[in-house]
Write a protein that binds this ligand. Structure first.
Ligand SMILES: CC(C)(COP(=O)(O)OP(=O)(O)OC[C@H]1O[C@@H](n2cnc3c(N)ncnc32)[C@H](O)[C@@H]1OP(=O)(O)O)[C@@H](O)C(=O)NCCC(=O)NCCS
Length: 187
C-alpha cells in the first residue's frame, strides 16, 4: 500500500476503496481501527440496522480501514436542532490523508439528503483534522456548546462546535448572530 507513514500531515495518494453498510462480521475489524485510534469500541447494538441511521465502513483490499455512522436526534437540545447528525468517523492511522474520511462523510451526507435537507455535526474545538475535513465538505460552524445530549469535549475542558451543511450548499445560520466563523462565535 505504499508508504507506511502514520497519520502524516502531507497529502499521500488516494486509496481505492469500497464504501458499504456495516455488517456484524465487520465488528472485529472496525474495533481494531478504533483501538488503534484510541476511540471507544462499537457494539453489536451500534451496528444493528435501523431505519433512522446509516452505519458505514470503508474497505480496501478486504480490510476495514475506516468506519462512520449517523445518529438521528428526534428532539432539539437547547438551540441545537433535532435532525440527522454525523455520529463519528474514524480512519485507521496508517490510512489517513488519503480521502477515506471524506468518502465516508460524503456517503453519509448523501444518505442524509435522502431523509432531510440539513446535516449536523459536532466537533471538539481542538480537533483540527475533523474540522478541516468537514469544512471542506461544506459544513459551516454555527454555535458553540459546553455539552450536547450529555456529551462533552475533554470532560468539559473544551467546547463543542456545532456545524451544519445543507443540501442546497448554503450554510444555515442557526445561532451565529454576527455571520462570523466558528473561531469567533459568541460564547
Ligand atoms: C478526522 C479523520 C477521520 C480524517 O480522516 P482522513 O481519512 O485522514 O481525512 P481525508 O484524507 O479525507 O482528509 C480530507 C481533508 O481534511 C483535512 N485534514 C485531514 N486530516 C488533517 C490533519 N491531520 N490536519 C489538518 N488537516 C487535515 C485536509 O484538508 C484533508 O485534505 P488534504 O489531505 O488534501 O490536505 C481522521 O483524522 C481520524 O480518524 N481521526 C481520529 C478520529 C476523529 O477525530 N474523528 C472525528 C470525530 S468527529
Amino acid at each position: 500500500m505504499g508508504t507506511s507513514k502514520r497519520g502524516g500531515s502531507a497529502r499521500q495518494y488516494a486509496v481505492f476503496m469500497q464504501i458499504r453498510e456495516t455488517t456484524m462480521d465487520d465488528l472485529g475489524q472496525v474495533n481494531a481501527v478504533f483501538e488503534a485510534s484510541d476511540r471507544a469500541r462499537w457494539t453489536k447494538e451500534t451496528i444493528r440496522p435501523r431505519d433512522d441511521r446509516v452505519v458505514l465502513v470503508a474497505v480496501t483490499a478486504g480490510e476495514v480501514v475506516g468506519a462512520a455512522k449517523t445518529h438521528f436526534h428526534p428532539d432539539p437540545d437547547g438551540s441545537a436542532p433535532a435532525g440527522h447528525y454525523l455520529g463519528g468517523v474514524v480512519v485507521a492511522p496508517e490510512f489517513r490523508r488519503r480521502g477515506v474520511g471524506s468518502a465516508l462523510t460524503r456517503a453519509r451526507m448523501e444518505w442524509i439528503w435522502s431523509q432531510a435537507s440539513s446535516a449536523y455535526y459536532f466537533a471538539n474545538e481542538h480537533n483540527t483534522a475533523s474540522v478541516r475535513m468537514h469544512e471542506a465538505l461544506g459544513f459551516r460552524p454555527v454555535a458553540r456548546f459546553a455539552e450536547f445530549h450529555g456529551v462533552t469535549a475533554d470532560e468539559g475542558r473544551s467546547e463543542l462546535i456545532l456545524f451544519v451543511a445543507t443540501l442546497q450548499g448554503f450554510p444555515q445560520q442557526i445561532v451565529n448572530r454576527n455571520g462570523s466563523s466558528g473561531e469567533d462565535l459568541p460564547r
